[in-house]
Write a protein that binds this ligand. Structure first.
Ligand code: F6R
Length: 600
């Protein structure tokens, strides 16, 4: 949600800010802006629309600056417009913001009482005004930021320029991510690593409560008591990993990266034929002590959690409940002795998942997180973490992020099953082998059939509604398939447990309504077949995504449960992608959405 970037150094920062913003655009893309220090003061150029529109504005008014901050927005307070775009200025303060100031209306009222007048409808402008007011009073950037932040409720990452402090950018965060970077030409800050990668791999994740002071040659971190130099870390990612690499879309690239992504999450934990999480500091005793799991996540990560719940209950015999993170704190499920909370997040920054994690910790529950982006809030704050190593996921709709979450959960199920004696070593070995080898191979095989799936997409592309049905594991996959289709193609898609459709929703089936039926599980396919007949006899156009030999089907792998699942998953992702492509949608940046939802 919103991307921020900053540079201060010895070179012209404008091209760097633009480059960083175009990498960050996936975090929000309804408006963009830059504030740059020039000889005449701080100049702001901002507009509604994408980075391309900002570049047109910059071409009309070329500027050069060695100290600049930039922002790409996902609107929360106020419609996307030129005036609501960041940066925002108040007095001697100009800033960009990612997050939400929840008490902004009280602060706004208070500031208005003292004569301040807002120009925009944003919460961000209020934050700028509060810092500016404190700056007038204290004349200290550090104290004014600290005082103002202590008044704000909510989440934020700010990059701040003070009019009379030349060549310096200040940064502070709470709840929203912010990384500081260092290179030979100067100092950088950004919302995520991918935006730093074109310039540097050295980074420092700013901790909550710290204020960074960046100048060309020096970066100081102040934690309220003392100032210190950052302890630099080196990212394992490369700038190429955040580029399209010859693919037309990031989403397509990420779908095609899945076989390798699965190997990356599994191989380090499968050096012997059996799962071993000791590299993640998780020993078999941990699984033995668990009496139940609560899985908590948002969106696709919840769907991955549902698939994981099937595996964990079946292979480890541990009861699992799956919860939507935004509900978890407000309707907390009862936790018996031995309950562990398993949080799943690709970005590691999703606000609701983070809040659920904090709630679980406050209740004294042990927490384990499955996270892709390293050094993120959820990874840092959980008691234990398992990284999925899928590399940067840029397309807003998750694919390899979801696939690696499912793979990690399957491996947890096997490891826990072995540790608890619910699985024999030979059964564990067969399952591990199938996960490490058959699953990536099944994805690779499905990827060769893009053309065939495109022809099925032709049957969906002109419809307003599509239904997905399945039973058991296939129902969990159907939920993800429907989400993928609706978010990128804007076709209304719903998933139903196959037996449930006739309890009401079947009334929506008319001549030609597409129904995609997922049947990868031999034990359940006869039952789902009856449900297929029910909708077919009412005129539905049925597309089978099936391990069985049948007409009108996308035939998926039938070697093992894991192979069938990942094969069908790939088919569903490609079906959504090809349908959106046929409809001419903006696949990597669907309307109203943004990657990494850092607001509740
Ligand atoms: C859908 C999608 C979202 C995310 C959800 C959680 O394609 O990407 O539903 O799965 O916002 O995000 P993370 O995993 O980053 O916590």
């Amino acid at each position: 949600m919103c991307g921020i970037i900053g540079y201060t150094g010895r070179e012209n920062g404008i091209p760097k800010i633009v480059r960083g913003l175009s990498v960050l655009e996936y975090r929000g893309y309804d408006s963009a802006g830059i504030a740059a220090r020039t000889e005449s003061g701080t100049e702001i150029i901002k507009c509604r629309g994408r980075i391309g529109t900002l570049c047109e504005r910059l071409a009309e008014t070329p500027i050069s600056s060695q100290t600049a901050i930039g922002h790409t927005r996902w609107a929360t307070h106020g419609v996307p417009s030129d005036v609501n775009a960041h940066p925002h200025r108040a007095g001697r303060v100009t800033l960009v913001h990612n997050g939400i100031i929840e008490n902004y209306s009280e602060l706004c009222e208070e500031l208005s009482g003292r004569g301040w007048r807002a120009v925009s409808e944003t919460d961000t402008e209020v934050a700028a005004a509060l810092i500016a007011e404190e700056y007038e009073r204290t004349d200290s950037p550090l104290i004014s930021i600290r005082n103002a932040c202590s008044r704000m409720v909510g989440s934020y990452a700010f990059a701040i320029i003070f009019e009379d402090v030349q060549g310096v950018i200040f940064a502070v965060r709470r709840g929203s991510p912010l990384l500081i970077g260092r290179s030979t030409d100067g100092s950088y800050l950004a919302s995520d690593m991918t935006a730093l990668l074109p310039f540097t791999r050295q980074y420092y994740p700013l901790a909550e409560g710290e204020i960074a002071c960046l100048s060309a040659d020096e970066i100081e971190i102040n934690n309220g008591a003392i100032s210190h130099s950052p302890t630099w870390q080196v990212s394992a990612l490369t700038a190429e990993s955040a580029q399209k690499g010859g693919y037309s879309h990031f989403m397509l690239k990420e779908i095609f990266e899945q076989p390798e992504a699965l190997r990356k999450v599994l191989s380090p934990r499968l050096r012997t034929p059996l799962p071993d999480f000791s590299g993640d500091s998780i020993e078999p005793d941990f699984w033995r002590g668990i009496t139940s799991f609560q899985i908590v996540a948002c969106g696709s990560a919840t769907h991955a959690g549902m698939v994981g719940a099937h595996f964990i209950e079946r292979y480890a015999r541990i009861p699992v409940t799956v919860h939507t993170a935004s509900e978890y704190r407000y309707s907390p499920p009862l936790a018996a002795e031995g309950t562990a909370v398993l949080l799943i997040s690709q970005s590691g920054e999703t606000a609701d998942t983070l809040a659920a994690l904090r709630y679980a910790r406050s209740q004294g529950l042990p927490t384990l997180a499955i996270v892709n982006a390293v050094e993120t809030s959820i990874a840092r704050e959980a008691d234990r973490r398992i990284y999925t190593y899928a590399g940067p996921e840029i397309a807003v709709a998750t694919t390899k992020g979801y696939a690696t979450q499912v793979a990690a959960l399957a491996l947890i199920a096997i490891a826990a099953g072995l540790a608890r004696g619910a699985l024999s070593a030979s059964a564990g070995e067969t399952l591990s082998n199938s996960l490490l080898h058959s699953a990536p191979d099944a994805i690779t095989e499905m990827l060769t059939r893009r053309g065939e799936i495109a022809s099925f997409a032709q049957r969906l592309k002109s419809h307003a509604h599509v239904f997905f049905i399945g039973r058991g594991l296939d129902y969990s996959l159907a939920l993800e398939a429907a989400l993928k289709l609706k978010e990128i193609s804007y076709i209304h898609a719903e998933a139903y447990a196959a037996g449930e459709l006739k309890h009401g929703t079947i009334s929506l089936i008319e001549q030609g309504t597409p129904v995609a039926a997922i049947t990868t599980l031999p034990a359940l396919s006869a039952k789902t077949e009856s449900n297929i007949r029910e909708v077919a006899s009412r005129g539905a156009d049925v597309i089978r995504i099936s391990a069985d030999e049948s007409e009108n089907a996308i035939r998926v792998a039938n070697g093992s449960e894991f192979a069938a699942f990942f094969s069908a998953m790939t088919a569903c992702q490609l079906l959504a992608f090809e349908t959106a492509l046929a409809r001419g949608c903006d696949i990597d940046k669907p309307r109203n959405l943004a990657k990494s939802v850092t607001v509740e």
